[in-house]
Design a protein around this ligand. Structure first.
Ligand SMILES: Nc1nc2[nH]c(O)nc2c(=O)[nH]1
Length: 471
């Protein structure tokens, strides 16, 4: 097995249970696994030796919620000044034109951006399967993840309740329950691994209460449990969703999900903003997880996650960038800073510190994904998933007093210097290894333009014009 030595770092921020920071530390890995962390390790003959002088080593960040296909529809003026339902209504009309090659290039760009922000494991919620598309779309992003070398957690999403049946999306982006379930089984059987250092794990993820049938929710829960894989969906994101559930089902969103088997330690919800106190204690009692997506929640004016109440109740909380179209970026370090700032503003200066924000993106996210045994901190026996930042940058001058907090409090948003996944260097000098970034960007921009042009021809909408300009 290949070996790796990262030596003489300025410090190693371990994010272990004691949040230890090893000054002048080195880290040695065999294959994917960390075998030693300490000073002056005797492994100079490792296959790869990285001199980390002046650099801080952090555990790889973990993204618990994304929609990579949306990378091709960000910064569209018509979709900027809307809440969730209008935003979705605008974008469904573009996403219906997605082709397999769009899904692939969108994932290359989105995952590449994540790797460059220090993210080493990414979950994705892929839920848009337009009518008439031949090709297995989610497979395209799994292929992209393997090309980039990121640890990947695709969740097979679905929409099966179209407008004609009372749901939000147009029928053209919906499948039948049967087709969605059969393909979910195919994806699990083909790709899922429960291994501690798996490069791909699969989750089951009907999209949201307002776009899937109740039968699909029930059957998805049973299916996931029969395969021992996790369940994921959007929940309690907006008050519109709450009103929809009350009107259509006569109950609040969480009660609706609970009725269909969606409460348990194998479930994580994206957003989770509008839970009341009783619901938060139910989530805590059952160890449910929540993917906190602060940028998206601010951008769509969805609300503020009740982080402190969740923490007190024992709800597992991790971090997500959400789809690039409701964030317009995909930088997980920036997301940790957003959480840090948002909760200080909303819940008081002492509600969160930078270590707490970093913990959301590392240990917290690992716990949400049920992967505490493999990822989320730098410890012997865990994966060598990490990133390095050189402290000798202009942006850090005068700020070198707290290595754990440094990239969060300074608002560092440049590419990290190096990212390593499972002992393998995948970002070096701030660039993706083995990827022609300019070519990928060019292909992605061409695909984005084609998608918007096709949509405009069909809907007559001018996607480059903002709603505010119209008013
Ligand atoms: N932030 C988002 N919320 C969603 N709900 C839903 O049904 N789809 C989405 C989405 O893409 N982003």
């Amino acid at each position: 097995m290949r070996t790796l030595l990262v030596k003489n770092a300025k410090s190693i921020v371990t994010m272990n249970g004691e949040r230890e920071v090893v000054e002048g530390g080195s880290l040695y890995a065999v294959g994917q696994e960390i075998v030693a962390i300490g000073k002056d390790l005797p492994y100079e003959d490792a296959d790869t030796v990285i001199d980390a002088a002046g650099k801080i080593v952090y555990p790889g960040l973990i993204n618990t919620h994304h929609h990579l296909f949306q990378t091709l529809t960000r910064n569209l003026p018509l979709a900027q000044e809307c809440g969730l339902f209008d935003w979705l209504g605008t974008l469904y009309g573009i996403w219906r034109h997605l082709r397999p090659e769009d899904v692939h290039i969108g994932a290359v760009v989105g995952l590449g951006e994540l790797l460059k922000s220090g993210c080493t494991t990414a979950a994705d919620h892929f839920y848009c399967f337009p009518d008439g598309i031949s090709g297995e779309l989610i497979d395209e992003e799994i292929r992209a993840a393997a090309e980039l070398g990121i640890r990947f957690y695709p969740t097979r999403g679905s929409m099966t309740l179209g407008r004609s049946k009372g749901g939000l999306p147009p029928d053209v982006v919906c499948q039948t329950d049967d087709v969605a379930l059969k393909d979910t089984i195919r994806v699990i059987e083909r790709y899922h691994s429960a291994d501690r250092f798996a490069m791909v794990r699969v989750g089951v993820a009907p999209c949201a209460p307002f776009n899937v049938t109740s039968d699909l929710l029930r059957e998805s829960a049973a299916l996931a449990r029969s395969y021992k894989v996790r369940l994921h969906t959007h929940l309690a994101e907006t008050l519109d969703e709450e009103a929809y559930c009350l009107e259509k089902f006569g109950v609040r969103p969480l009660e609706y999900m609970e009725k269909h088997g969606w409460v348990g330690d194998d479930v994580w919800f994206a957003h989770g903003i509008h839970f009341d106190d009783g619901e938060i204690s139910l989530l805590g009692k059952h160890s449910c997880g929540v993917a906190h997506c602060p940028s998206s929640n601010m951008k769509l004016s969805s609300g503020v996650l009740p982080l402190l109440k969740m923490r007190d109740a024992g709800v597992r909380v991790g971090l997500g960038v959400d789809g690039s179209a409701s964030n317009d970026g995909g930088n997980l370090l920036t997301e940790a800073r957003m959480a840090y700032l948002l909760h200080k503003l909303s819940h008081g200066a002492a509600s969160i510190d930078a270590a707490g924000a970093l913990a959301l993106a590392t240990r917290g996210s690992a716990s949400v994904l049920g992967w505490e045994d493999g990822i989320g901190s730098l410890e012997v026996g865990k994966a060598a998933d990490l990133f390095l930042i050189d402290t000798r940058r202009l942006e850090f001058a005068g700020a070198l007093f707290d290595d754990m907090a440094l990239p969060i409090v300074t608002g560092f948003s440049r590419p990290v210097d190096m990212t390593i996944v499972g002992g393998k260097v995948v970002v070096d000098g701030g660039r993706l290894v083995g990827v022609d970034e300019e070519l990928a960007a060019e292909k992605a921009q061409a695909a984005a333009l084609r998608l918007v042009t096709e949509a405009a021809a069909l809907t007559g909408s001018d996607y480059r014009r903002s709603r505010l300009a119209r008013a």
